[in-house]
Each structure stands twice: as C-alpha cells, then as structure tokens.
Write a protein that binds this ligand. Structure first.
Ligand code: PEP
Length: 268
C-alpha cells in the first residue's frame, strides 16, 4: 500500500469545551506550538467558538472544523446547525462521532445525510466509526465498522467523496476519553479493515488513498505507537488536544512520520 502518498493529519476535537471568550487565546497558543507544515492540522472547537478560533488562526495554515452538521439543508430543526451556516467558519467537519451516535441517536442513515450536506457545501468530512467494548470482546469489531461504513457511504458516488477528501477516523468507543487506548497493532488492523470495506463499497483501488486516523485516548506519550503503523495516517485527538504541551508533542511526532513519507515519496 502506498502509505507515502497519504497525508498525515492531526485533528483536534475540543468537544464541549472552551467559550467564545477563551477559545481564540487557546487556539493562538496551540498554533504557536504546532508549526509543522508537513502535518495537516485541524482544530474543531464548539460551533459558538468557530469565529473566534478562525480569527485567531487567520495567519496560520491550520484548518478549522465543526464537530457536526445537520443532515437537512434547512428547516424546523431547533438548535441545529446546517452546512450553509458553516460557510466561512469551517472548512472541515467531524461526522458521526460516537458521542453524537450515543447522545443524539445518530443513525447511519442520518450520518449518510450529513456526509451529503458536507460534500455539497465543500466541507472536508472526518467520518468516525468504531465498535463498543462488547463488540470487540465478541470478535465483532470488523463487522460493526463495516456496517457503519456501508450505512454511511454506500449511497454516495465514490468520486464525490474522493473529491471532498473523505477522511475516516477509527475510534473504538471504549477508548474514547477513558485513558485506555487500543494497541497500535489492533488499530492498524482496523485501518486495513476500513480500507477493505471501502474498496468493497465500490471504491476499488481508490480505497488505498483514504486517510485513516486513529482516535481514542491519544497522548504525546502514545502517538508514536500509532504512527509507527504505515496504515495509520494520524489521529483525532480529544482531551489531549486542549493541552498545549500534549498537542505540541503529538504534532511534533506526526511531523517525523509526515516528513519521512515526503522523503519516501520523493525517492519513488
Ligand atoms: C475524540 O473526541 O474523538 C477522542 C478520541 O477523544 P479522546 O482523545 O479524549 O479519547
């Protein structure tokens, strides 16, 4: 597999943390600590902090992402946020995070609709998939993730999602916010399984080009275990992404892999 052709991406999911009053300052602090241009860097603050973070990052090559987008274009959906509302505020969007599947009853069908809205609006989607602990212990992790990918992607033309730059985040639910991360080897096996599923959905060989991130209790101390795996292209980072020292360490380690891939690509 041509891992050298895929970018290394570190995406920060700030979840329901920060306010418009303090998000810009945190983003500016972090930006000053993650100046590694070989790594694609993205910060996803809460909706209400997008403008402050965007302003703080105006002179930085760091993407700004939303944490969700509604599956309809507009209408009577109190409290929700459409893709059109994100124009000018975000260029990336996290879709199908397990916390939204759990707390907002997001189904694969809804998630497919969110992907459609993201693609139409030119937002780069990070689609989250991952199994709960019972499924992993029962040996169903690959089947669950395969089902999530089919549910989200099968209704789309691969060319549309390729043009949108689809990224997959493999995030075992039992590893999110728990301090219990997957092993690098297990995450790598799941990343390969993700690309096999996508190939079977109709992407064929193009599935090899889809970046797959790992997410789940990533820290500066353990990121190396994941980036040592050629099939893993970076991380979606929650809790540690709010701590400048942690995210700086994560991006610095990602820079080693990103620059090694650039050298490898130049040599081939
Ligand atoms: C996440 O929010 O996607 C995540 C992986 O969180 P954490 O890094 O805190 O486990």
């Amino acid at each position: 597999m041509m891992a050298a052709m895929r970018p290394v991406i570190i995406a920060a999911n700030w979840k329901m943390n920060t306010t418009p009053a303090d998000a810009g300052e945190l983003a500016a602090t972090i930006a000053g600590r993650i100046r590694e241009p070989a790594v694609v860097r993205v910060i996803c603050p809460p909706f209400v902090c997008l403008a402050a973070v965007g302003a703080a990052l105006a002179d930085e090559e760091i993407g700004v992402g939303a944490q969700d987008v509604h599956h309809e274009v507009a209408g009577a959906y109190t409290g929700d946020t459409s893709a059109a509302m994100l124009q000018g505020l975000a260029s990336w969007v996290i879709i199908g995070h397990s916390e939204r599947r759990r707390d907002h009853g997001e189904t694969d069908e809804r998630i497919s609709g969110k992907l459609r809205r993201a693609v139409e609006a030119g937002l780069r989607p990070i689609l989250c998939v991952g199994e709960v602990l019972d499924d992993r212990e029962a040996g169903r992790a690959v089947a669950v993730v395969d089902g999530q990918l089919h549910g989200a992607l099968a209704g789309h033309l691969p060319a549309d999602l390729q043009a949108a730059g689809l990224v997959i985040a493999y995030e075992p639910v039992w590893a999110i916010g728990t301090g219990r991360n997957a092993s690098g080897a297990d995450a790598a096996a799941m990343a390969e399984a993700v690309r096999s599923s996508i190939a079977a959905i109709g992407w064929g060989a193009a599935a090899a080009d889809v970046p797959v991130l790992y997410g789940g209790s990533v820290t500066a101390a353990n990121i190396g275990e994941f980036l040592a795996e050629p099939s893993i292209d970076g991380a979606l980072v929650g809790g540690a992404s709010l701590k400048p020292d942690e995210i700086a360490g994560i991006v610095a380690r990602a820079g080693l892999t990103a620059n090694a891939r650039l050298v490898e690509t130049a040599a081939t």
